[in-house]
Design a protein around this ligand. Structure first.
Ligand code: GUN
Ligand code: ZN
Length: 485
């Protein structure tokens, strides 16, 4: 027996580039999403046009609420579940040393790690995040808890143990030998990654190879992990790490990577070219299931290489504001042909709700300037007003593309798996009153676009009343659809 979800539907249909998202924006103010028992989308359109063969199916009327594709967060840190807004007294490297490494070390305690896993999945459900690429804990028991919790709750998840084989004293409990790192990565893949293609089609969880960043590993670790990745690459294993996040001169992340590895570009270290002068020393991690977080300060060559290999970027504007990392150049990155998906970078960011990350994305790019270093006004105007469809694309379909799952999720095309969220404005007065009180343009396309913009900018978690994966409503650990409800 199928189910019809009735509500105000928005999605980006087909498989456009971000620059084509507005032409692919679909809206049905009184819409219907027809989902079969296996969670597959049978039909999506106007309520009055529902085909007769679905006339007798069960209807869930989300009257007045919005139905959007499930949100996809392509970069977040499980062992930072309780690290939001930690004061590091500086930028990335100070924050890691003084707050993050000590906090992540607490996952050594199995009870603490188990509570964290339950909380983590609760937060994803409450935020409407139906799929997430998650940097994992250094401790295998914590990763087991995370995968178990995700599997039991029926949420999509890609994760992998965060690998550190070198680092400062504050990270000592997170650092393992190279042999242990390789063993743990292999063991995690064998235990949690669906290696069989048929099982993989049914499974909602997958594993990623996750060196924390080039400064937390060595050339030999990268070479050894490259061999592991190469072995499992065709079985759909993912790769993710950080790239070009902090540009402080001399002591920041990027200069430190270049000094340590003697490479031309930071990306070279993940591309098998980690020997001095960017000589090849091992296998590349780049490809269509590889996601580089941040990529704020890339060279043209790095952008071209990511585009060529179909490596995506997890764009994390909330985190970039918090850690003073700068603004990823949207126009240049898009022009280079790199897929940009949204990421929270929680706890570098302090937001769980994808629309709030898109809200920040809009604000940072309309305020974007490129310094050219000439007095008295040393800026080029890179400002752009992202179209609401481009924002929706970045929080949904682009994430599916980054995770190589575009054939299965990310929008409401017929045949895809029904991952969606319900956002009910009546659950938050300011949102509801704004929607009712705002000026509505006469032009129907403008009215549609402005409505979507208001939903993205003004919705908050408290308005989210349902998170569905493959047509099934997810619950928090207490059986509610929200934490604390
Ligand atoms: N680079 C290395 N580790 C981290 C981390 O935990 N957060 C962020 N934002 N950047 C990193
Ligand atoms: Zn991060």
């Amino acid at each position: 027996m199928a189910t019809i979800h009735r509500g105000h539907v928005f999605h980006i249909a087909g498989s456009p580039l971000v620059t084509q998202a507005a032409e692919h924006l679909v809206a049905f103010p009184d819409g219907a999403l027809v989902v079969d028992d296996a969670g597959i989308i049978l039909w999506c359109g106007d309520w009055k046009d529902v085909p007769v063969e679905h006339a007798d199916v069960k209807v869930v009327d989300h009257h007045g609420a919005f139905i959007l594709p499930g949100f996809i967060d392509t970069h977040m840190h499980f062992p930072q579940v309780w690290c939001g807004d930690s004061y590091g007294g500086g930028q990335l490297l100070e924050w890691l040393n003084s707050c993050i490494f000590p906090s992540e070390s607490k996952f050594e305690d199995p009870d603490y790690a188990h509570n964290a896993a339950v909380e983590w999945i609760d937060r994803l459900v409450t935020a409407g995040t139906t799929n997430a690429l998650v940097f994992g804990s250094a401790f295998p028991h914590a990763q087991d808890f995370l995968f178990e919790e995700a599997r039991n709750r029926g949420i999509r998840l890609v994760s992998g143990t965060g690998i550190q084989t070198v680092g400062p004293e504050s990270a000592s409990r997170l650092i393992v030998s190279e042999e242990t790192a390789v063993e743990r990565v292999r063991a995690e893949i064998e235990k949690w990654h669906p290696l069989d293609p048929e099982v993989r089609r049914q499974s909602l969880q997958s594993v990623a190879v996750v060196p924390r960043f080039s400064l937390s590993v060595t050339r030999t670790t990268l070479a050894a992990l490259g061999e592991v990745y190469d072995h499992y690459r065709d079985a759909g294993v993912y790769f993710t790490s950080h790239l070009n996040e902090n540009a402080r001169t001399g002591t920041g992340e990027i200069d430190s990577v270049k000094a340590e590895y003697q490479v031309t570009d930071y990306l070279d270290t993940y591309d098998g070219r980690f020997m001095p002068g960017s000589q090849v020393g091992g296998k590349s991690f780049l490809g269509p299931r590889s996601v580089m977080a941040h990529a704020v300060h890339c060279s043209d060559a790095e952008l071209a290489r990511m585009a060529e290999t179909k490596t995506s970027i997890a764009h994390c504007p909330v985190s970039q504001l918090f850690l003073g990392s700068g603004t990823m150049p949207w126009k240049r990155t898009v022009a280079a042909g790199v897929n940009i998906a949204i990421g929270s970078d929680f706890g570098g960011g302090d937001e769980w709700f994808v629309p709030q990350m898109l809200n920040a994305c809009f604000k940072v790019h309309i305020s974007e300037r490129t310094p050219v270093g000439i007095d008295p006004y040393p800026v080029d105007d890179e400002s752009l007003s992202l179209h609401p469809a481009e924002l929706l694309f970045t929080g949904t379909l682009a994430g599916a593309r980054a995770l190589d799952l575009e054939d299965r999720t990310g929008n409401f095309d017929v045949g895809k798996e029904a991952d969606f969220v319900i956002i009910d404005p009546t659950k938050w007065e300011m949102f509801d009153k704004t929607l009712k009180g705002r000026h509505v343009p006469e032009d129907p396309i403008k009215a549609r676009d402005e409505c979507l913009f208001t939903v993205i900018m003004l919705a908050r978690e408290k308005a989210l009343t349902g998170t569905y994966v493959r047509g099934r409503k997810l619950e928090t650990s207490t059986g509610a659809s929200r934490i604390g409800a």
